[in-house]
Each structure stands twice: as C-alpha cells, then as structure tokens.
Design a protein around this ligand. Structure first.
Ligand SMILES: Cc1cc2nc3c(=O)[nH]c(=O)nc-3n(C[C@H](O)[C@H](O)[C@H](O)COP(=O)(O)OP(=O)(O)OC[C@H]3O[C@@H](n4cnc5c(N)ncnc54)[C@H](O)[C@@H]3O)c2cc1C
Length: 267
C-alpha cells in the first residue's frame, strides 16, 4: 500500500492534517521513522512532513535570556550554536555526541524528543536544563516541563494529535554552567549511560545549586531534584535573588519520587 506525503507550510495546517487522519505520522528528519517503516515496525497511511514549516526551525534568544529551539532544528545546528552557553551548554554538549555527522545533519530535536527513546541524548540534558516543551494540538497550545514529559519507555506526555513546536530553555544565570557526558561502548552509538549537569556558582565560586539527570539507565531520565546548597543562608539568598518558591537544603539524589521536602525552581 502506498504512503501519502503531505507538505504543509504552517503549523496550523500540519495540526489540521493530523487531526483529520490520526494514523498519519509527522515526519521530521526521518532518521528514526523511515528506519522503522523500512523494518515494518510502523505502517502509517500518510506522512506529514514538517520540513517546509519555517516557524519550526532555528534557535532564538528571548529578551529575558530564555532560549527557544524550534522542533525542526537539526542536531548539527544545535551542536554548533554559539547561543548555547552557561547552563544551556548542556544541550549543545548532548547534540555533539549524537550518532554521526550524517544523522546529526538530518535528525531534529523535535523528532528525538517526540520519539522518547530513553537511550537518546537529549532527554537527560533537557531535564537537567529544566526545559519546557511547547506543544500545539487541535485544542490549542500547552507547555510541558521536561521532567514531566518522559513517562515510560518510548512513551511521552505528547498526545496523539499534538505537534511538538519548540523546546524552551529558561534563562541561564551568570556563573551557571552545563555539561553532558555520554558513555557508549561503540563511538557514535546510543548511550550505555549518560549524565547531564547544570549548576550555579556563587560569587565565591562555591556551588549554589546543582541539577543532575542520569540518562539511558531506565525508561526515563532519573532526575536528582536535590540541590546542594552550602548553607541555609545561601538558600535564602538564592530565594531572594530568583524568586524561587523553595529550595532544597540537602542532597538526596533520586528519581522523580524524590523525598525532598522542598523543591527547586525546576520542580
Ligand atoms: C544509526 C543511528 C544512530 C543514532 N544514534 C543516536 C544517538 O547516539 N543518540 C541519540 O540521541 N539519537 C540517536 N539516533 C536517533 C536520531 O537522533 C534521530 O534523529 C532522532 O531520534 C529522530 O529525529 P528525527 O528528526 O529523525 O525524527 P523522525 O524520525 O522523523 O521522527 C521520529 C518520531 O517522532 C515523531 N515526530 C517527529 N517530529 C515531531 C514533532 N515535531 N512533533 C510530534 N511528533 C514528531 C515522528 O512522527 C516519529 O514518530 C540515531 C539514529 C540512527 C538512525
């Protein structure tokens, strides 16, 4: 049976096409989807290519310092972006170690995130970055925190007719930093394990807070909701500076079911 190919030029058109045929699949870089179709793991009657939708492409710094990455932005563009500095560097670091150059050229952050592969590189990095996902569907637009997005193995919070529009990284404070480390047995392969870290230093180069996510070690990224405040005074200073509702004063690495009594701004 043949597969129809739609080439919408707007997000609205793409969402409409999907709501008219819920078995159709969005096509981003095709690096995963086409391989799955070749292996007959999925047999969609139609593909909705997102390639002509310019609103889905690019990396933009917002006036408040937040970074918006369009879903159709390639791994290669993210890897080479000079906008991803300070804590945001964790995302560029993850993009740089995805597979090989050919896959990084075609594969997109939206495709990788929507696919929800727990061994992929972005999930842990996005959780450590405290990213939010902008999603649009027939019912309108909504945002989902990265920490709530990955539900299980290849299962995400994205609903059947929803399109992932963009990834939003919150402003990275001065003196923040981010790093992504991947361990794989074969160069260019998926991770055997990965660790993503963002942190903020205070004026004395001590750590104010640290956010750690471990990838490829379970069905979803395991997040430490803890923050390593040096002292309650530091926590109070941070709360004043950031307007955070609360802040952990002890370190309890764990998954989303952390026993932390208070929550960081990311929670
Ligand atoms: C040989 C090989 C090695 C790889 N190694 C790695 C690796 O080391 N690390 C890593 O992280 N990844 C790796 N990948 C995966 C790669 O990163 C893919 O690019 C990515 O998983 C899928 O992105 P894509 O843009 O190609 O999406 P596609 O294959 O086009 O789509 C993937 C899925 O997401 C859906 N989708 C796509 N875009 C959207 C959207 N905007 N909204 C809603 N749904 C959408 C599609 O319908 C489909 O179900 C590898 C892939 C290959 C083939």
């Amino acid at each position: 049976m043949g597969v129809s190919l739609h080439k919408p030029e707007t997000i609205e058109e793409a969402v409409r096409l999907k709501s008219e045929d819920s078995e159709a699949l969005f096509l981003a870089g095709g690096q995963t989807l086409i391989a799955m179709m070749n292996a007959e793991l999925v047999e969609p009657p139609a593909l909705i290519s997102l390639d002509r939708i310019s609103d889905l492409k690019g990396i933009d710094r917002q006036p408040d310092g937040a970074i918006r990455i369009g879903a159709m932005t390639s791994h290669a563009d993210i890897a080479s972006s000079d906008q991803l500095i300070d804590a945001h560097a964790v995302i560029g670091g993850a993009a740089r170690v995805i597979a090989h150059p050919a896959i990084r050229t075609l594969g997109t952050i939206g495709g990788a995130v929507s696919h929800g592969d727990p061994n992929a590189d972005y999930p842990a990095a996005l959780v450590a970055a405290d990213a939010r996902f902008e999603v649009v569907g027939p019912g309108g637009r909504r945002e989902i925190a990265a920490a709530d997005f990955f539900l299980d193995y290849m299962t995400t919070e994205l609903q059947e007719n929803e399109l992932l529009k963009a990834v939003i990284l919150p402003p990275a404070p001065d003196r923040s930093a981010g790093h992504y480390e991947k361990f794989s047995r074969v160069d260019g392969d998926f991770a055997t394990a990965s660790v993503a870290v963002t942190l903020l230093l205070d004026g004395a180069s001590k750590i104010d807070w640290i956010r750690i996510a471990v990838g490829a070690s379970g069905p979803t990224p395991a997040r430490s909701r803890s923050t390593a405040c040096r002292s309650p005074a530091v926590a109070r200073t941070w709360r004043r500076r950031s307007g955070a509702s609360a802040w952990c004063s002890r370190t309890t690495p764990s998954s989303r079911t952390s026993a932390c009594a208070t929550t960081s701004p990311s929670a």
